[in-house]
Design a protein around this ligand. Structure first.
Ligand code: KG4
Ligand code: ZN
Length: 360
C-alpha cells in the first residue's frame, strides 16, 4: 500500500517568502495551502533583488508564512509528517533563513527534514499538477533559469543544455528597459509586440548554428540596442510603431531560439511521456504556441502548469520533499544550505544560468 504523507514546504531562495502544505502519495498529491509573500516592494528602488534585504525579510517573515500555511490548510504541526525546505541553489542568506526555520521546526517536533533542490521543485511540478510519469523533458525558462532537463526520477535529472549567459526573462527585462517600458519587462514587451512587425528587424538567432541544446540571449539585447539607436539617429526618436516593431522582432528571435532548441532537446531526449515548461516566460503566448507546435510535431504531450505553480512557490518544494520522503531520502539536522547546486552534477551549467542566476 502507498502511504499518504502530509508535508510542510518552505521556500526562500530569492525574493519570495513561501510556505505550503501538500498531502498525498509519491505519485499524486493535493495542495492544502500555498502562501507566497513577494518582496518586490522592498527591492523596487534598487533595480534588482538586494541579497541582504531579502535575507532579513525572509528571516522576519518565514515563521509567519509557516503559521499562515498551516492555518489555511487547517492542520497543526502534529498532522505533518516531514518538513521540506529549499536548501539551494539561491541567494545564500535567504536559503539559510529557510533552512534554519525548518531545522528549528524539525528539532522541536522530531519531524524528518527534507533538503530540496529549488530546481527539482520546478522540474517535478508537472507531476504535482498532472501526475506526469517519468521520464519527461522540461524546459525551465524564467528570469533566472533556462535549461532543458530529462526528469527520470525524483532524484535523477539529466541536463541536456541551457543558457551560457542570460536567461530569457532577464533578456525580456533588459529589452523593456532599453525601450523605456516598465518592469517586469516580459509582459510589456509581449503587449507591444502584438501591434508590431516581427520581420522588420533581423535580430540574430544565437547558437542556432551550433549543435546541441545550449542557448544564448545576451547578444540579442545588444542587437536591440543597436537597432534602437539606429532608428533614433535617423528619426530623432522612436515612434509607437518603431517600438512595437522592435518588441515584435525581439520576441520572434527569442521564440525561434527556444523553439528550435526545444525541437533538438526533444530529439535528443528519446522516449518521454511529455514536454513541460515552467517559469514566468512560459506565460508568453508566442513562446507557448511555438513550444506547443514543436511538441505536436514530435507527437509528444505538451504541459504548462498554471502560472502560480510555474513561478517560485513552496508547494513545489513540499511536493519534491514528499517524493523524496516516499523514497526514504530524508536529511539530518546537519543539512547544509548550498548557494550553488546543479541538478545534474555530471553536467553543471557552463557559465551560470543568467545574471539573476542566484534565483535559479
Ligand atoms: O519565474 P519567474 O516569475 O521568476 C523567476 O525569474 O524565477 O519569471 C519572471 C520572469 C521575468 O523576467 C519576466 O519578465 C518574465 O518572467 N515574463 C515574461 C512574461 N511574463 C513574465 N517574459 C515574456 N513574456 C511574458 N508574457
Ligand atoms: Zn525558481
Amino acid at each position: 500500500m502507498t502511504r499518504t504523507f502530509t508535508v510542510l514546504g518552505l521556500e526562500s531562495s530569492c525574493d519570495d517568502t513561501a510556505a505550503a502544505v501538500v498531502r498525498g502519495t509519491g505519485g499524486r498529491a493535493e495542495i492544502l495551502s500555498s502562501v507566497v509573500w513577494g518582496q518586490a516592494a522592498l527591492h523596487a528602488d534598487f533595480g534588482g533583488v538586494v541579497p541582504e534585504i531579502a535575507a532579513r525579510a525572509h528571516a522576519e517573515k518565514m515563521d509567519l508564512a509557516v503559521e499562515e500555511a498551516l492555518a489555511r490548510a487547517g492542520v497543526a504541526l502534529a498532522d505533518i509528517d516531514a518538513v521540506a525546505v529549499t536548501a539551494g541553489p539561491g541567494l545564500i542568506g535567504g536559503v539559510l533563513s529557510g533552512v534554519s526555520c525548518a531545522k528549528g521546526i524539525a528539532a522541536a517536533t522530531g519531524l524528518p527534514l527534507l533538503g530540496v533542490n529549488h530546481l527539482a521543485g520546478h522540474a517535478l511540478t508537472p507531476r504535482l499538477t498532472d501526475g506526469l510519469a517519468f521520464p519527461y523533458l522540461i524546459l525551465l525558462v524564467s528570469g533566472g533559469h533556462c535549461q532543458f532537463l530529462i526528469v527520470r526520477g525524483p532524484d535523477d535529472f539529466a541536463r541536456l543544455g541551457g543558457t551560457i549567459d542570460d536567461a530569457p526573462g532577464e533578456a525580456f527585462d533588459k529589452a523593456a528597459r532599453l525601450l523605456g517600458l516598465p518592469q517586469p519587462g516580459g509582459p510589456e514587451v509581449e503587449r507591444e509586440a502584438a501591434a508590431g512587425d516581427p520581420s522588420r528587424f533581423a535580430f540574430p538567432r544565437p547558437l542556432l548554428d551550433r549543435a546541441g541544446c545550449d542557448l544564448s540571449f545576451s547578444g540579442l539585447k545588444t542587437a536591440l540596442l543597436r537597432a534602437r539607436d539606429a532608428v533614433v539617429a535617423k528619426k530623432g526618436g522612436l515612434t509607437t510603431q518603431d517600438r512595437a516593431d522592435l518588441c515584435a522582432s525581439f520576441e520572434a528571435a527569442v521564440t525561434d531560439v527556444l523553439v528550435e532548441k526545444s525541437r533538438r532537446a526533444l530529439a535528443a531526449a528519446g522516449t518521454v511521456t511529455g514536454f513541460a515548461v515552467a517559469g514566468g516566460v512560459a506565460a508568453n503566448r508566442s513562446i507557448r504556441a511555438g513550444l506547443e507546435s514543436v511538441s505536436r510535431a514530435a507527437d509528444v504531450r505538451f504541459l504548462a502548469p498554471p502560472l502560480a505553480l510555474c513561478t517560485d512557490n513552496a508547494a513545489m518544494i513540499a511536493w519534491a520533499g514528499l517524493e523524496r520522503l516516499s523514497l526514504g531520502l530524508t536529511d539530518g539536522l546537519d543539512l547544509m544550505a548550498r548557494p550553488r547546486w546543479p541538478l545534474d552534477e555530471s553536467r553543471p551549467a557552463l557559465l551560470g544560468s543568467g545574471k539573476k542566476g542566484a534565483k535559479a
